[in-house]
Design a binder for this molecule. Sequence first.
Ligand code: COA
Length: 256
Amino acid sequence: MSSNDILSHAEAGVMTITLNRLDRKNSITSAMYGAMADALATAQADPALRVVVLQGHETVFCAGNDIGDFLNQPPADMESPVFRFLRGIATFPKPLLAAVCGPAVGIGTTMLFHCDLVYAGDNAAFSLPFVNLGLCPEAASSMLVPQMLGYHRAAEALLLGEPFMAEAALEVGLVNRVVPPTEANGVAQSVARKLAAKPISALVETKRLMKKGQQQRVLEQIVEEGQSFARMLREPAAKEAFGAFMEKRKPDFSKV
Ligand code: COA
């Protein structure tokens, strides 16, 4: 990983984690997952840090897993960086915000289900293309997407895997506000600072009470999805999908 692929910056009680790998559309490598998991652990442990903001660039939030890196070094077990990151966002006790513009593919969308507040640029395009890659959902999205969208809209998002735009995300409650892309990071930052001025004990206890009913189930779902995902990654459908991406052609699933 280039040391600049993930930037973290702390100011006024807010840690801002920035995906900064624009030449690869902010796709995430294993090293980047590790850096984000470490940043979250630092923010959790440091009493001076009260809120975390995840952000990308005004043209792109995140193109999902880096496909080449993912094929070269698939997650070995539940201690691998991607799972450390997923557990980190799923159990993060302090407020977690995101600013999302442009494409938010795969993990770029599923991580948002673990954020407390999400601000989107009007160019945001969310997608959950797991089926189209011969895979199953991750980050407990097979549970959280039906919960938030309702079953039929979830089936549309997860089975068809077609992108949906900021306004649709606002309508289903995945995002709190849609703003011009140049303003999204700034809006998230100003809400984060407002939160950072509130009593942290009250924020943490309120979030704990809102989440406690299902946190254990979310963690179990992440494990079960992870096992299926790892198996499916080795199967012909995923091999064809990723091969097609690398060769810049349409996949042919007629035999898988
Ligand atoms: N992994 C690795 N490389 C990626 C990537 C990914 N997930 N997403 C984009 N890139 C690379 C492209 O291969 C391209 O590389 P090149 O310049 O060597 O050709 C470069 O980033 C720019 O991407 P490009 O597709 O030209 O940008 P775009 O603006 O036309 O489209 C996306 C942006 C995000 C819509 C598109 O890149 C995309 O669909 N990416 C794949 C997303 C995906 O399937 N993610 C799930 C992974 S599990």
